[in-house]
Ligand binder design. Structure first.
Ligand SMILES: Nc1ncnc2c1ncn2[C@@H]1O[C@H](COP(=O)(O)OP(=O)(O)OP(=O)(O)O)[C@@H](O)[C@H]1O
Ligand SMILES: [Mg+2]
Length: 477
């Protein structure tokens, strides 16, 4: 632990001398200030961990200095020192957020005690703040997972172009997260708070798509009983996301090109045009270059859209993201179901890692959620994964599968037991241990002797833990 620094602010030389001697002997480093303004300036140094502050000071009154410190560094503990007759001031100091106060003349042992207590309380507050920050990691907030180098590149690209007006084309196989990135572009732009308007060009028949995009006037076509604003108009100030743009037919492509060039739209059956204020993000899972060569996609539109391209890699090319993605979906599922998040056992994890994921992240999401629903204990096992995943790996590394992942569970328990956050530790260790015991007992048909043997623990220890954790042997009734 680094030496802690204490600032003493007092105009009385005798007090400064006595305090610094006692504090230095106790192992602290001491800084001194003799009046209010100097004390306030010295306290702004982030190296200072605690302030001992006299109430009666020349230049600026101690209470005013206290207020300034509380404002600038609310986390810094301040202990006030008061002489006789200023008790009222001491009360006022406490109200203003001083950590404590000491009456003069003081007992140096008491000073040390109060200082130590204050420093400990402040360290605890720091720790809580740090933990809270960890819990609210930025990835969690945006809901996009990706520690792989490939995804980090993409996050950088998003950061660079999000707050521009540039048209962005997102390319990548189905389920790689194109829509998620499109939303991230919108959320990180000045247009956030305005509408994000997605439209799936593949899902809507051609005739309807045109009126969906550009809107129509009443009576523009049979069935148009009333006028309607199109998606471009709905997006005022926001972002239009043209999904599956590769599926748009050539006639509409020409109209879209005009919109992009002129930034104006014409409603179907309407007269005159309306200005468009929307940022365009488009996506496709098709090979647009090939479509251009086949003349199925207009070259000029392709260049208009392709100002910035972000290519989302298939999941099989960034397998290192699989465990974090699985945890992310399990946490989401658990929150929806208001249950504990399940844990992927190592042999199930190996299967997830070996599979090729033709449906990419979307497929992983479905597989993991289904497994979470099927798993009876907190553990997701190979049995809970679809046939297609299991088939592949039996061919690959048959025989390596353990009857149950006891070794891993033990290792995981040890890891959690070493965790610093007591509450979290207790919770997870309890869950894990309970599921381990339940699992093993199920395997042994409720036979505790066999279970203890498998776990490598004493039978009485097992019985005691079963009772403590409220685990009832299954298959008894
Ligand atoms: N990096 C990621 N982190 C967290 N969730 C992700 C990530 N990538 C994709 N997902 C999730 O996977 C699912 C599929 O993603 P999305 O719909 O964005 O893919 P897509 O590329 O648009 O797919 P498609 O081409 O099939 O429309 C969504 O539920 C999305 O939230
Ligand atoms: Mg999509």
């Amino acid at each position: 632990m680094p030496e802690q620094r204490i600032l003493v602010v007092d105009d009385d030389e005798g007090v400064r001398w006595a305090l610094s001697r006692a504090l230095e002997r106790a192992g602290y480093r001491v800084g001194l200030a003799t009046d209010g303004p100097a004390g306030e300036a010295a306290a702004s140094d982030p190296g200072v961990d605690l302030v001992l502050l006299d109430i009666r000071l020349p230049g600026r009154d101690g209470l005013a200095v206290l207020a300034a410190i509380r404002e600038a560094r609310p986390e810094l503990p301040v202990i006030m020192m008061t002489a006789h007759g200023t008790l009222q001031a001491a009360v006022e100091a406490m109200k203003q957020g001083a950590y404590d106060y000491l009456g003069k003349p003081f007992d140096l042992d008491e000073v040390l005690l109060v200082v130590e207590k204050a420093l400990r309380a402040s360290a605890l507050a720091d720790e809580v703040a740090r933990l809270r920050q960890n819990v609210e990691a930025p990835v969690e907030r945006s809901g996009i997972v990706g520690a792989s180098a490939a995804m980090q590149q993409i996050f950088k690209a998003v950061g660079k172009v999000a707050d521009t007006e540039l048209t962005v084309l997102l390319r990548g196989e189905s389920g790689t997260g194109k829509e998620l990135i499109a939303r991230a572009l919108h959320e990180n732009s000045r247009r956030r708070g305005r509408p994000f308007v997605p439209i799936n060009c593949a899902a809507i028949p051609r005739d309807l798509l045109e009126s969906e995009l550009f809107g129509h006037e009443k009576g523009a076509f049979t069935g148009a009983a009333s006028g309607r604003r199109g998606r471009f108009e709905q997006a005022v100030g926001g972002t239009v996301f043209l999904d599956e743009i590769g599926d748009m037919d050539l006639g509409l492509q020409a109209k879209l090109l005009r919109v992009l060039q002129e930034r104006r739209i014409e409603r179907l059956g309407g007269e005159g045009s309306v200005a468009v204020d929307a940022r365009i993000v488009a996506a496709t899972n098709q090979d647009l270059d090939a479509a251009v060569l086949r003349r199925a996609f207009r070259e000029d539109l392709f260049y208009r859209l392709n100002v910035v391209t972000i290519h989302l890699p298939p999941l099989r090319d960034r397998r290192e993201d699989i465990p974090a993605l699985a945890d992310h979906f399990l946490a989401g599922f658990a929150a929806d179901q208001q249950t504990e998040a399940k844990i992927v056992s190592p042999d199930a994890q190996a299967l997830l890692g070996a599979y090729d994921w033709p449906g990419n992240v979307r497929e992983l999401e479905n597989v993991v959620k289904r497994a979470a629903a099927l798993a009876v204990t907190i553990l997701i096992l190979p049995d809970h994964l679809p046939e297609a995943l299991r088939r592949r790996s039996t061919a690959r590394d048959a025989g390596s599968a353990e009857p149950f992942p006891a070794a891993w569970l033990k290792q995981e328990l040890a890891r959690l037991q070493g965790s610093r956050d007591g509450k979290l530790r207790e919770h997870f260790v309890g869950c894990l241990e309970r599921s381990l015991l339940t699992l093993v007992l199920r395997r042994t048909g409720g036979n505790q002797v066999k279970a203890a043997e498998l776990l490598g623990i004493n039978r009485n220890t097992l019985r005691k833990r079963l009772k403590e954790l409220d685990v009832f042997p299954p298959d008894r009734g």
